[in-house]
Ligand binder design. Structure first.
Ligand SMILES: [Mn+2]
Length: 322
């Protein structure tokens, strides 16, 4: 689903002077990779765009990248905005007007579908959304290749960072033969694979490993519905000086269980519960149905939702107290 070509985006970049690139808060490897890839592409055209993101990142950010972030910023300081890896401008961490028409010309490149799967944007917002793509970086790669655009080795590095992290290091079922072919092409450009893997996943310290161990050993299995789950509380993490991104792989670790058809992790903080579901292709369940039922969204094998309240667990039941 798209209403622009890369050539059109390039034209707009040429015409505009004040360009801002945004991504979702707590950016992952694909968010950072796609943001930096677009930044490089614009730099190579002789313009210096501003970049902004907020929160903690789950990939190892180089200090150089962190130092590039624009501090406080407002949309009316720009005449072109590019948003990557989220189709919801409100998830970018900058104040967004309730009427999106007030935004300057904005381009969205993403692989997530909004709740309900509908795309409704005013005319000043152009979108390129492909929910079949493994990563936003894969979409950018496809756009560049399709329109035969040149891109540098540095851009290729960032594209591979996003592809590698959003496929779980080629471990998740979204690792398609086409994705591996694209990876081969990027590596052929001279990208060092060890740099990608080093920057993609943080090493875990003893404190974090012990905590993950605790959460695996006291995870619960529901024998009737055949799912494995656990709850993590923000306060508990703060006491142990562990960040939410340190344990972002926990739901995948629970999903290693072959007795369950899916794993569920509930993260409770400030009277808000964020739930994550994971499954595997062989388990034959579409967890996006579950998260949609709870007002969220996502993919067949990885989805999530948010509900206000606190988790109340009893032996047989998990309920939510407001
Ligand atoms: Mn992504």
């Amino acid at each position: 689903m798209h209403n622009f070509t890369f050539a059109f985006l390039e034209e707009q970049i040429k015409l505009k002077e004040r360009i801002l690139i945004l991504t979702h808060t707590n950016p992952d490897g694909d968010a950072i990779g796609s943001l930096m890839a677009i930044r490089n592409i614009i730099l190579e055209k002789g313009k210096t765009p501003s970049i902004f993101f907020s929160g903690k990142t789950s990939c190892n950010l180089k200090l150089e990248e962190e130092s590039l972030i624009t501090k406080e910023t407002h949309y009316n300081q720009y005449d072109l905005i590019i948003i990557v890896d989220t189709s919801n401008p409100k998830r970018t961490g900058i104040p967004i007007p309730s009427n999106l028409e007030e935004l300057p010309e904005t381009f969205i490149i993403d692989h997530h579908l909004k709740k309900g799967g509908k795309i409704e944007y005013p005319k000043n917002i152009y979108y390129y959304i492909n929910p079949k793509a493994t990563a936003t970086c894969e979409i950018i790669y496809d756009l560049l290749k399709k329109e035969e655009k040149f891109f540098s080795k540095e851009t290729a590095y960032y594209l591979l960072l996003g592809i590698y992290t959003d496929s779980g290091g080629f471990f998740h079922s979204n690792t398609t033969p086409q994705l591996l072919k694209k990876t081969r092409d990027l590596l052929k450009m001279g990208v060092l694979f060890k740099n990608v893997t080093l920057n993609a996943f943080k090493g875990k310290n003893v404190r974090v490993l012990n905590y993950l161990g605790e959460k695996i050993s006291d995870s619960k299995f529901n024998p009737e519905l055949k799912f494995i789950f656990n709850t993590v509380k923000g306060l508990e993490l703060a006491k142990k000086n562990i960040s939410a991104s340190d344990i972002s792989g926990l739901v995948n670790l629970l999903n290693m269980c072959s007795d369950s058809i899916f794993s569920l992790l509930l993260f409770e903080e400030n009277n808000l519960i964020k739930g994550s579901f994971r499954s595997h292709e062989y388990k034959k369940i579409d967890v996006s149905h579950l998260s949609r039922f709870l007002g969220g969204g996502g993919h067949k094998l990885a989805s999530g939702f948010e509900v206000p309240g606190k988790v109340v667990e009893t032996y047989k039941k998990i309920s939510i107290k407001n």
